[in-house]
Design a protein around this ligand. Structure first.
Ligand code: KG4
Ligand code: ZN
Length: 347
């Protein structure tokens, strides 16, 4: 079964062709990072316009790299939420046009479920196989920090999420304070490596809950940066002492990783989970990956770094699972910018 997956929820225009959930024939990503970097974050209108210009070439490249024609596909899967409305519209409309013109099944995918299924892409494991449920999924990205119990394929229960900033958002905002580029995650990881140990930042444990909070940590970073005289800077190009920046980046990363790892393991143990899945853009973080794998009493599945951040392969994979479960969407499928995953057990 060959599925084309399309992803445009944020700032990557992506398309991929996968076969039977085991072969990634192509996985093309046009990143807009350079466009947004100069603003220090994503500008929604720029994102929509960039998707519009990149969409067709990205799909064409994905098909030609896979040596597949549209008529050879079994279906088209596309992210229809959550994400930026204007960005989602571009991908969904493109997918509808391609599907209607080639009489192909069309399936709208929850971006968060897509992230989860990136963990199945890694080993080329058949998605219908039972890896042992329940699984505790930590989805940690620029928009989400969610703990989800997965009790079976397509069966999700949201047990906790962030009360304020997502972990990736905190990485991006703190990077800005430290004078580092957008996106902040990879930059903070880079400068934190080999940095001297400095005074730790606090951890928001949100005791007794599976919830997270990162805005207090962000404020602590800002307060220390002010005290050290590196923020605010008169001129955004002003040099900041790299040793100070590295020390703060390390202490910040330590705090985020400690909280994510400790709380995910505690939730997995409490729910008698057979395993943990770590996904989303922040799952690309080396320290997070290594610490979780080293500390978890149950097996941990983490996609390769390039499948942690947004991509079309994870959407195609989720499309395959949904297709096999009989899901088909009608042409009036809308985008849902605040689409949730799983029945929440929290308010
Ligand atoms: O999943 P993703 O590509 O897009 C969303 O759905 O949000 O995640 C992007 C986020 C950004 O906030 C970025 O800073 C973060 O993932 N990120 C990282 C790393 N690579 C990307 N955070 C920490 N360490 C990294 N190596
Ligand atoms: Zn994402």
């Amino acid at each position: 079964m060959k599925i084309l997956g399309i992803e445009t929820s944020c700032d990557e225009t992506a398309a991929a062709v996968i076969e039977d959930g085991t072969v990634i024939h192509s996985n093309v990503i046009a990143s807009q990072v350079e466009m947004h970097a100069r603003y220090g974050g994503i500008v929604p209108e720029i994102a929509s316009r960039q998707h519009m210009t990149a969409m067709i070439p990205v799909v064409q490249t994905a098909l030609s790299e896979a040596s597949i024609n549209l008529e050879d596909l079994d279906g088209i899967a596309v992210t229809h939420g959550p994400g930026l409305a204007g960005s989602l519209l571009v991908g969904v409309n493109a997918a509808k046009g391609l599907a209607v013109s080639h009489n192909l099944p069309f399936i709208g995918i929850n971006h968060l479920e897509g992230h989860i299924y990136a963990a199945w892409l890694e080993d080329g494991v058949d998605p219908e196989s039972d890896p042992g449920f329940p699984i505790m999924c930590l989805i940690t990205s620029g928009g989400h920090t969610d703990l989800i119990v997965m009790r079976g394929h397509g069966d999700y229960q949201l047990v906790g999420r962030t009360r304020d900033d997502a972990a990736g958002e905190a990485f991006d905002k703190v990077a800005r304070v430290l004078g580092l580029r957008y996106p902040g995650g990879p930059e903070i990881q880079r400068v934190a490596e080999g940095a001297p140990e400095t005074e730790p930042f606090p951890r928001a444990w949100m005791q007794g809950t599976d919830e997270f909070s990162f805005s207090g940590l962000k404020t602590a970073v800002i307060n220390r940066a002010r005290k050290l005289g590196i923020f605010p800077r008169k001129n955004s190009d002003d040099e900041v002492d790299p040793v100070v920046v590295a020390g703060m980046a390390r202490a910040f990363q330590d705090s985020v990783v400690d909280v994510l790892v400790t709380k995910t393991i505690a939730a997995a143990v409490r729910e008698n989970c057979a395993g943990i899945v770590l996904v989303g853009g922040v799952a690309a973080n080396r320290q997070l990956r290594e610490t979780l794998v080293a500390s978890s009493p149950v097996p941990v599945a983490v996609p390769p770094v390039e499948l942690c951040t947004d991509n079309g392969a994870m959407i195609a994979m989720s499309g395959r699972v949904n297709y096999r479960n009989g899901r088909r969407d009608a042409w009036d499928l809308d985008v849902i910018p605040n689409l949730r995953i799983g029945a929440p057990t929290i308010s």
